[in-house]
Design a binder for this molecule. Structure first.
Ligand code: AMP
Length: 397
């Protein structure tokens, strides 16, 4: 793998695609800076070599033109503090101003470009736009795992303009190493824990996991579609009616492949989608009309935790319930705790998929107690499904 370790950046201008798509509150304070902190080792290595750094990223989902709320200027102060230097800012990612600022950049200095997605050409993977970006630097580095599954101008197309001078940053290398470990060298028993809202988002992953795992635990909102497909009553719980058939097929396939599938045996139900709703525990498939399942129940926790604690490899993607509400976080918390026990006491390798599972593990303060928390949600899922990520391919080609 071609990483930044293979390059001496002295007097070079490194154009780094980072994923600084961090959540901001209404006053533009960063509420979780993990993705920024994760990019610091690559930036520091290049500066220590005597190079300079030009950072490019997207933030949020602008509609294809400049929007103040999505300006990367909001993170400039925090970035400067993290790097302990004054980061310069170009209020457009291409054009005369960006070119001038990039040209005048001296070794040891850092320039942050304005949001790439202020140009619709970015997501379209436009070649001319990629070329304009490419002209700003001498070397291209991709350290944005969170967007590696997109064939965008800055994540993949741009690499064409750096036939030899292109490298993976440390974060990318670390993410790929950990994902690879699960994909190819998983110690057994291997247990995957799937949760979250929708079956449809995770079907491909579940199918590809059936060839690898010993146990597949299914919780969260998606479990109710399975329960309904098996003839249960699920009240007003999340349901993807058009996926019920598929759920039954997945169960059949799992059986044929000898995979132990665990579905919740009980559930915490609420009379409305609200933290202050009335709640009670019932067995799965016995939810009264007008009630909805918002978490797995205590018997399911016990069943799942027992399997998790005996596992040697764990992949977790998606919460067990609506963990954002304190009254419905218990199932997700208990599963997180079981993953920690497996990691610490059974020497398991535990990989937590990005997105909501990462948010959950951070909420419970357990980020440092598992083997690795990925910064990529969609990217990790696609990698695990066996797809070649465009951002990875572009550097490897
Ligand atoms: P995903 O992005 O598919 O991983 O889904 C994560 C979201 O699923 C979180 O915001 C959870 O609150 C939500 N979720 C998990 N379980 C349930 C449930 N039983 N009912 C409704 N939403 C749920």
């Amino acid at each position: 793998m071609k990483t930044v370790d293979q390059c001496d950046f002295k007097d070079k201008k490194a154009l780094i695609r980072v994923d600084f798509n961090v959540p901001l509150d209404k006053d533009f304070n960063i509420t979780d800076d993990k993705r920024m902190r994760a990019a610091l080792p690559t930036i520091t290595k290049i500066l220590n070599d005597g190079g300079s750094v030009i950072l490019m990223s997207h933030l949020g989902r602008p509609k294809g033109g400049p929007e103040d709320k999505y300006s990367l200027k909001h993170i400039l102060g925090d970035l400067s503090r993290m790097l302990d230097l004054e980061v310069k800012f170009a209020d457009d990612c291409i054009g005369a101003n960006a070119a001038e600022k990039a040209k005048n950049l001296e070794p040891g200095q850092v320039l942050l470009l304005e949001n790439l997605r202020f140009y619709k050409e970015e997501e379209k993977g436009d070649k001319d736009f990629a070329e304009k970006l490419a002209k700003l630097g001498d070397v291209y580095v991709n350290d944005a795992f969170g967007t590696a599954h997109r064939a965008h101008a800055s994540t993949s197309i741009i690499a064409e303009f750096f036939p030899t001078e292109k490298y993976f940053g440390y974060l990318m290398a670390e993410e790929l190493k950990n994902a690879e470990k699960i994909n190819r060298n998983a110690d057994k028993p291997f247990t995957a824990i799937m949760g979250g809202a929708k079956v449809s988002d995770k079907i491909l992953l579940i199918e590809s996991l059936l060839d690898k795992v010993d146990n597949l635990i299914i919780g969260g909102g998606m479990a109710y579609t399975f329960a309904k497909a098996q003839g249960g009553e699920i009240g007003t719980s999340l349901l993807e009616a058009d996926r019920m058939e598929l759920c039954l097929e997945l169960l059949e396939k799992a059986k044929a492949k000898g995979v132990n599938i665990l579905l919740p045996v009980d559930t915490v139900i609420a009379d409305k989608f609200d933290n202050d709703a009335q709640k009670k525990n019932v067995d799965s498939g016995e939810i009264p009309a007008d009630w909805m399942g918002l978490d797995i129940g205590p018997k399911s926790v016990e069943l799942f935790a027992d399997v998790i604690k005996k596992s040697k490899t764990l992949l977790w993607n998606g919460p067990m319930g609506v963990f954002e509400m304190a009254n419905f976080e218990q199932g997700t918390r208990a599963i997180a705790e079981a993953v920690v026990v497996a990691t610490k006491e059974n020497g398991a390798f535990s990989l937590i998929g990005g997105g909501d599972s990462a948010a959950a593990i951070a909420k419970f303060g357990l980020e440092d107690e598992v083997s690795y928390v990925s910064t990529g949600g969609g990217a990790l899922l696609e990698y695990m499904e066996g797809k070649e990520l465009p951002g990875v391919k572009a550097i490897n080609d």
